[in-house]
Design a protein around this ligand. Structure first.
Ligand code: PGA
Length: 254
């Protein structure tokens, strides 16, 4: 059976809702008929508008963050149910910018994962080591801790609503992507830690995406690795033609 590749665009804090709706209109015809999974993680303010624009297309819309509480006095926060009702199908959790700039801990991310799954969102957990951690030989330890803390205690039957994204921090926004071999090796480690939590069979079904300076020019060699089930794209996803090129390259490999 062929792998079902997944491409996620992460816009970060870019695009107003008007720009977002235009983007979906431009992207849709460029990827018509594609069979891979296409997700767009957009700013909160664009979710509802873009979810409507994306309805007749293969594109699924999601958020870039959420709070772990069901509801409450948390000024400025957003709950999973609010995202769901606005039209989100998934949420990114534990992105390195959330961890580093906003001080999110593995424990907080764990609570968010549980909440997202119980409120029926696909949880895209982002993990990855920083450069000093890689250089001091801590990559395995960091990935193991991030995965086991965030996903420990997730019921086995919920594993099918999980996606993992391996995003080495040194590759994000730097233009220096990991080599396909290096990424594939990290993916195999991640798969092993997932198998420890969910068993080999279920772990084998959780897509593991690579993220960090993915572009139309390097995506094909990345997803040609059998351990890389797709990509999470930041900067290049801001341009609809570039994201369409990435999606169409994946379509060829799949
Ligand atoms: P990048 O970002 O593609 O711009 O490196 C990836 C990400 O932050 O998810």
């Amino acid at each position: 059976m062929p792998r079902a590749l997944t491409v996620i665009g992460n816009w970060k804090m870019y695009k107003t809702s008007r720009e977002a709706a235009d983007y979906v209109e431009q992207l849709a015809p460029l990827i018509e008929g594609c069979t891979i999974r296409v997700f767009l993680a957009v700013p909160f303010t664009s979710i509802a508008v873009v979810a409507i624009a994306a309805k007749p297309t293969v594109i699924q819309i999601g958020a870039q963050n959420m709070n772990d509480a069901r509801e409450g006095a948390f000024t400025g926060e957003i709950a999973a149910l609010m995202l769901k009702e606005a039209g989100a199908a998934f949420v990114l959790l534990g992105h390195s910018e959330r961890r580093r700039v906003f001080g999110e801990t593995d424990e907080f991310i764990h609570r968010k994962v549980l909440r997202a799954l119980s409120d029926d969102l696909i949880a895209v957990l982002c993990v990855g080591e920083a450069l000093p951690e890689r250089e001091s030989g801590q990559t395995e330890e960091v990935l193991k801790r991030q995965i086991e803390t965030a996903l420990g205690g997730v019921p086995k039957e919920e594993a099918e609503k999980l996606i993992l994204a391996y995003e080495p921090v040194w590759a994000i926004g730097t233009g220096k992507s990991a080599t396909p071999k290096l990424a594939a090796k990290a993916h195999r480690l991640c798969r092993e830690y997932l198998a420890g939590l969910f068993g080999k069979r279920k772990a084998g079904q959780i897509p593991i995406l690579y993220g960090g300076s993915v572009k139309p020019g390097n995506v094909e060699e990345l997803v040609s690795e059998k351990d890389i089930d797709g990509v999470l794209v930041g900067g290049a996803s801001l341009d609809s033609q570039a994201l369409a090129d990435i999606i169409n390259h994946c379509e060829k490999v799949q």
